[in-house]
Design a protein around this ligand. Sequence first.
Ligand code: GCU
Length: 666
Amino acid sequence: MKNYADLWIGYNKRQQGGDCNRLKKIYINGSSGSDRITENAVHELKNGLKSMLDIDPEMVYGQIGAPIAATCGKEILDSEEYCISLLDDGVSIDAKSGSGVLYAVFDILRNVSCERDINEVYASGKTVRPSNPLRMLNHWDNMDGSIERGYSGESFFYIDNEIVIDDRTKDYARLIASIGINAVVINNVNVKQAASYMITDRYFDKLAELGEIFAGYGIKLFLSLNYASTIEIGGLDSADPLDEKVIAWWKDKMAEVFKKIPTLGGFLVKADSEGRPGPFTYGRTQADGANMLADIVKDYGGIIIWRCFVYNCKQDWRDRKTDRARAGYDNFMPMDGDYHDNVILQIKNGPMDFQIREPVSPLLGGLKKTNQMLEVQIAQEYTGHQIDVCFLIPEFKEILGFKTYCSEKDDTVGDIINGKTLGSRYSGIAAVTNTGNDFNWTGNYLAGANLFGFGRLSFDTELSSEQIAEEFVRMTISQDIDVVKTIVGILLPSREIYERYTSPLGIGWMVQPATHYGCSVDGYEYDRWGTYHRADHLGIGVDRTDKGTGYALLYNEPNASIYNSPEKCPDELVLFFHHLPYTHKLHSGKTVIQHIYDTHFEGYEEAKGLAAKWDTLKGKVDDEIFENVRERFDRQLVNAREWCDQVNSYFFRKSGIPDEKGREIY
Ligand code: GCU
């Protein structure tokens, strides 16, 4: 018995969604069938069709460059692109490489798994090119097996400082390739202890093996790098990016690393952030650090992904001038254009840290001459620890659709990271991932929808949240239309419900320090992290306008003017940008204080409603799945009630203003 679930690559028996005869013969043009990725793809296809429909397809390979099926109507240009079309006696896949074939295979399997009629789906040919060049998962796994911000067990990559490679490793590669992921960072951005030695002999063999497994599924292996390796493992006394000794050390090191791990894609670097070393120590810029490494790995086709999460984490809470929200922009904007070609700046979606609601980082749309990648977090650090249900895809859709006004056209975040705005091939999207060695991979079974959804969305940003949720349910839980509707109905509103019972109007934080689960209104108020709500008896919020920290003005117009004005600023972000009296009227017509009371009471009731919906599924879904989610709902409701009562009591006591509806506040 396997000790992990198959999730959406389980391929249980399916009903035919229509006449499936064509699936008995599959033509593949563009791959000889002998490369590793195509071999894996064909194996997957045969296995999937056999288990789901009892079909054992005959495979026919065409030449690379053979004329493509007429229904596709256009040439396949990109190595990850594919076209699926119907022939009289079969289904044809056109691609330029194994990766294209692989994605086509998963497309077919997904449609069969959702019991769709392939004759309809592929009637006029379906040509697909992934939306984003890089579609990446960032593991925050430590080599001792723990996971930073992990909520689903231990790491399946490491035990006791050794790299583990077993059946689960390969199934993991299949699992994430099937949703379109093509790059993965396997160690925590905070590179310490054993992880610093990843780039030494101690781990090369295992990493090479891992890299090969991933490569067989079109996935590039990346590592997080310790910026101070020259000191920590190299025995030098400096990590100054302009020091010749440092550069020479890195040159030798990278020659060795890429020789030993030939499939390696490059590195992710967290520098000068939360205690991690970086170029600032030597009076150098972030660009100096990133470029030094990038120039060296360039010879091996490597890239450097450099994180923009650089801020002062030792702020004095009395200091109202320093604004953490500005830090990313202030540290990285001045060097726009200086970062070399194979550097990508990885930017968290918001200026703070993955709160349930934040404005989009002004670096996205600010930077005009720099490769950029968006970083989101599906590990539910601030969004319920995979105890509370919080389907994040609607949030990611909002972020991707955000208009930055950085150019006349193609100015959304989606356009920037897919490379359209800047014409860059080095761009994309990364998620801090939510997996661990729990049986179901993600703790709460429903948190699997965030992993599935992130991959699907990174591959095709046009998909709707609803489509993604529905596919997840069909592929992993049930085809029963009522069950599908019920679970989709739980997932879709869950993020806004979580927002309603937690921190209001974009203010964020108010969480238990360190763990980041559960309510503590003042938990971060008198601390060093730059995370304040500034509530007193008259009002709440941070003044980030031209009269305050000036943060609002970092956006392009008209966003800057909109955020700068309490009248124009959207309600959901108003306390992020403004310090307002509790009596301030929102666009909704409610006062700030009444909004706080209403949303908290409602959010708690709505969370109860989600749990009640889930209860109707007893006996209709797998018992293990039912109990797993049920047990988490029990904890979610305790959490939601604490948030509701603590936030309401806190602000009632601070403001002295009673709830208009006279509900019980403590
Ligand atoms: C947050 C998180 C840390 C993490 C950091 C990062 O601060 O709490 O655990 O290391 O983000 O993104 O680097």
